[in-house]
Design a protein around this ligand. Structure first.
Ligand code: MN
Ligand code: MN
Length: 299
């Protein structure tokens, strides 16, 4: 890997992990914290530390597995006993770090559930190197989580990262899949085991996170709507194809997003609820694959 690119990845990793640590610490030692404030502080901190925001800070509570970012005016607060997944993304020049951790607010009822996804991540990182197949990584994750008495979330995966691209063409399954990809030296991947008391699949809820479709602009049915075309161009100039939050937009633009989801110009990332209401834990690191191991950028 080019030395400058490696530097960007490792700097982004340092920023994301520092912001995650700070956010976890702040959330752990307080109750009644506003989820909106927590997300905004985390996002502002990424900028303060010299990074760019790679995606809206996700704060997914209890049976919500992922993709909850607070909408504008959200009144949700963290409560005692909540199992909270905080997922932070930073980038430098498009080179992304994606990292997550789970905490339990002021109780210790779910320590084993948290340990299951954390241990699965540690076990799979320990064997990650060029030549390893992603389906075998999935088996390690599944075996670790099953061995501790839980199920993985089968329909959520890790992923590889490319410049300005959060989910590139490769998935890292959280179970022993039938097919996989062989890791190559220089691949950058986010590994993110999820463990649950539930059945291990998800259903869609509302959407607060979106991104432009790579084919945006080609789906517009109403060509006379030049005002709205400029919204898509504005979004492209601001975020490229990286995810953004509806709360980041002006009210009128935010209200227009759903029309573009319908036309296919914008992709919605709905909140993912565990299908049986089971509480979910998640840990995530971004790693760079090397010949005989890997570098964790988000340590
Ligand atoms: Mn993540
Ligand atoms: Mn990820």
């Amino acid at each position: 890997m080019d030395a400058n690119i490696l530097q960007c990845y490792t700097d982004a990793g340092q920023i994301a992990s520092k912001v995650l640590r700070e956010t976890v610490k702040y959330a752990s030692h307080n109750v009644d914290i506003s989820v909106l404030e927590l997300a905004q502080v985390a996002e502002a901190r990424i900028i303060e530390l010299g990074g760019q925001i790679a995606f809206p800070c996700n704060i997914s509570i209890n049976e919500i597995a992922s993709h909850y970012t607070p909408p504008a005016n959200d009144i949700l607060k963290l409560q005692k006993g909540d199992v909270v997944k905080i997922d932070v993304g930073a980038h430098i020049d498009g080179y992304i770090a994606d990292t997550a951790a789970t905490i339990e607010i002021s109780t210790t009822k779910h320590t084993e559930l948290l340990d299951a996804s954390k241990k699965a991540l540690e076990n799979v990182i320990a064997v990650t190197c060029a030549g390893v197949n992603t389906k075998d990584m999935g088996k390690i994750i599944e075996d670790t989580i099953n061995g501790m008495g839980f199920l993985p979330i089968y329909d959520l995966t890790g992923h590889n990262l490319k410049q300005y691209c959060l989910h590139a063409n490769m998935n890292i399954p959280n179970y022993a899949a039938s097919f996989g990809n062989t890791l190559l030296e220089g691949d950058v991947i986010a590994i993110e085991p999820f463990a649950t008391y539930g059945k291990g699949t998800t259903r869609n809820g509302d959407s607060h996170i979106f991104s432009l479709n790579k084919l945006f602009g080609k789906h517009i049915h109403n060509e006379s709507n030049t005002h709205s075309k400029s919204l898509l161009d504005d979004l492209y100039n601001q975020y490229g194809y990286l995810p953004f939050a509806r709360r980041w937009l002006e009210d009128s633009a935010g209200a227009n997003i759903d029309n573009y989801v319908t036309t296919g110009d914008i992709i919605a990332y709905p909140v993912l609820h565990e299908i049986s209401g089971g509480i979910v834990s998640q840990f995530e690191h971004t790693v760079i694959v090397e010949e005989s191991g890997c570098i964790i950028t988000t340590n």
